[in-house]
Write a protein that binds this ligand. Structure first.
Ligand code: 7RM
Length: 634
């Protein structure tokens, strides 16, 4: 086993080593894995075009490193524990052996249905073990999975299918979420009206929601499994072959397909999982993310399973059947590491301590957060009332594009500090630059967060459009990976993430491009133009505030706002619905026609003066008019 860091001195030593000789550092970790063929060089890279390759020419299969690697020692150890939405329904435990057999069997189902190495398979599923099995089965045969969060609309799903020209969709009849059931298959049917590449759809029966099965295209999961072997020989993958595509929003209108490759992602998710959470062999680890997000990929499925850990998967929502559900699950399974989002912490905090007090929570050793900055107040509540002051909080900063955690405490090993992600993990070389790209050296500085050296989990490209990868992350500051986040390095050298500096809003830990939301709003026939900004929201972190110029001739304001929300929900999904809409007579624009978001952001933040230089505005009066009417935003 690659060394787990046990002490602060150990961290400092490993960090130094990783910077002075990255090749030796990563070699030592990668050597503990099963490679079908060894790599010829550890890393080959440049951040100009960019091009990054790890473990060059190495051959492997990530699932062999989850299953075959552990079968002699862990075959009866629980790999996945699944807790259903309804607490009265039986839970499911899959041991490493069982998960292995199910993965192989489903891999054979994919093969039987014509999926071959390199094909794209969309996974649009609820949080059930089959979703993880589907991902692993794809990885087993070298098919590229692209998980689409089951809360996205038919339109969003269809865009993603078309972008990656997927051949198959794996889905379910429905999805239980709290007291509601969502007709997932119906959304797939709708999406497939505007796609042309999907040959087959395999449908898992989960909710028994009636569905239409199109002959020759749609097949039942359980029927496909009948008579299929549980043995499968893993496909040989090149280290740089694509493992998966995951779509994420950026500052432009269209989500981009972030591409991760097999070798580097494997090493990086494993190493970060092990060290950040300080997992020990009999621990039960629980990450509450959905597998539709990168956190679910890296820290429910791949990272924990590569470590041979027991990972808990929860189908439901934190407030069903009551807001004590998370804590009931922690006690039920004696969860040792618990990893969630600040937005969930704030939402549960709002219910007070009554839902928490009935539970012991004494199994907890480590608490984690991810997805957005955590405010000090929520940090202390989490620390005091969930961790009972005993558990270190790992505030883990990372991105879809980074594959795994880059800046975070190591639980119980390195210091924590409320609202700070603290220190870079070994192998990570952060650099702060000002807007001109000049490095801000030393401590007590604030600026744009970049990374100057590759790590194994870094994004390789954006699917089908490499230039977009360059434009989005490598063009702003020459020779650096730019994260899009602002950051402060304090007097002690600790990093505090300040939030996005681009046109991305982070709503409950979910990234939304302002342009993407505007495009959706503008689809409403009565909307002439719109501008979207983020504003501080007590629970979601940021809320979506839309300013819209509309034709109001035949609608009441309330009706129109409702219709706009429905439009956005249909085009992107409910998570993108504006929290506030203000109908405005005009938008502040420069003479060249650019919307001055800086001003709108201030207005949405409740600031009504100190707009800085507005002399370049085409019509300065419009700002006055918008401010006069801010109370109409709803
Ligand atoms: C893992 C994930 C990435 C963006 C990132 C940040 C924000 C994530 C933290 C955070 C402050 C954190 N991937 N972010 N973690 N901000 N502290 N611990 O969330 O691609 O969906 O989002 O999320 O702005 O750039 S993501």
């Amino acid at each position: 086993m690659a060394r787990k860091i046990h002490t602060l001195a150990g961290y400092i030593h490993e960090y130094q080593r990783s910077i002075l000789d990255p090749d030796a550092f990563w070699t030592q970790i990668a050597e503990t894995f099963h490679w079908q063929k060894n790599w010829s060089s550890v890393v080959e890279w440049e951040f100009e075009t960019p091009s990054v390759k790890w473990f060059v020419n190495g051959k492997l299969n990530i699932t062999e490193n989850i299953f075959e690697r552990y079968l002699h020692t862990k075959k009866n150890k629980p790999a996945i524990i699944w807790e259903p939405n309804d607490p009265k329904e039986a839970s499911i435990t899959l041991t490493y052996l069982e998960l292995y057999e199910k993965t192989c069997q489903f891999a054979n189902v994919l093969i039987k249905n014509g999926v071959v190495k390199g094909d794209r398979v969309i996974i649009y599923m609820p949080m059930v073990p089959e979703a993880a099995i589907a991902m692993l089965a794809c990885a087993r045969i070298g098919a590229i999975h692209s998980v689409v969060f089951a809360g996205f609309s038919a339109n969003s799903l269809s865009d993603r299918i078309n972008d990656c020209k997927a051949k198959m969709v794996l889905t379910s009849d429905g999805n239980f979420r709290g007291a509601k059931t969502f007709p997932v298959k119906e959304v797939v049917d709708e999406a497939l009206k505007t796609t042309s590449t999907i040959e087959k759809v395999i449908v898992l029966e989960r909710t028994k929601t009636p569905v239409n099965m199109q002959k020759g295209r749609d097949f039942w999961w359980h029927e496909e499994l009948e008579g299929v072997s549980k043995e499968n020989i893993a496909e040989t993958m090149d280290s740089e072959d694509t493992l998966f595509i995951l779509y994420t929003s950026g500052s432009t209108g269209k989500p981009k397909g972030v591409v991760h490759s097999c070798g580097g992602y494997m090493i990086y998710t494993y190493y970060t999982f092990k060290n950040v959470f300080q997992y020990s062999d009999d621990d039960v680890y629980w990450c509450t993310a959905d597998i539709g997000w990168i956190t679910g990929h890296s820290y429910i499925v791949y990272g924990p399973l590569l470590e041979g850990a027991t990972t808990l998967m929860f189908e439901g929502v934190p407030t069903y059947p009551n807001p004590g559900r998370f804590w009931a699950i922690v006690d039920k399974y004696k969860v040792n590491q618990f990893y969630t989002a600040p937005t969930a912490i704030r939402a549960l905090e709002a219910y007070g301590l009554d839902p928490v007090l009935p539970y012991k929570l004494d199994s907890l050793k480590v608490l984690g957060t991810v997805g957005e900055p955590i405010n000090e107040e929520a940090w202390h509540w989490y620390h005091d009332h969930i961790g009972k002051g005993r558990c270190p909080i790992v505030d883990t900063w990372w991105q879809t594009e980074t594959g795994g955690i880059l800046i975070s405490p190591l639980a119980g090993i390195t210091p924590t500090k409320p609202a700070y992600a603290t220190l870079p993990l070994p192998g990570i070389q952060p650099i702060i630059v000002d807007n001109d790209g000049k490095e801000l050296k030393g401590n007590s500085v604030e600026g744009n967060l970049c990374i100057k050296y590759p790590w194994p989990g870094i994004i390789r490209t954006t699917w089908g459009d490499h230039d977009r990868c360059y434009q989005s992350y490598f063009s702003q500051f020459k020779g650096l990976y730019f994260t899009g986040d602002g950051v402060k390095r304090d007097e002690d050298g600790y990093y505090r993430i300040l939030g996005r500096v681009d046109d991305v809003i982070n709503v409950s830990g979910h990234r939304m491009g302002t342009a993407e939301v505007e495009n959706a709003i503008n689809e409403h026939p009565k909307v002439i133009e719109s501008a979207v900004v983020g504003y501080p929201h007590p629970i979601k972190g940021q809320g979506i505030y839309a300013f819209a110029i509309c034709d109001m001739s035949d609608r009441s304001e309330d009706n129109l706002k409702n219709e706009i929300r429905v439009t956005v929900s249909n085009i992107i999904g409910p998570i993108a619905k504006p929290d506030k809409i203000q109908i405005v007579p005009g938008l502040p624009k420069t003479r060249s026609g650019k919307i001055m978001r800086r001003i709108l952001r201030k207005i949405a933040n409740g600031e009504h003066d100190n707009f800085g230089d507005i002399s370049t505005l085409l019509d300065p009066d419009v700002v006055e008019k918008i401010i006069e009417d801010v109370d109409s935003a709803s």
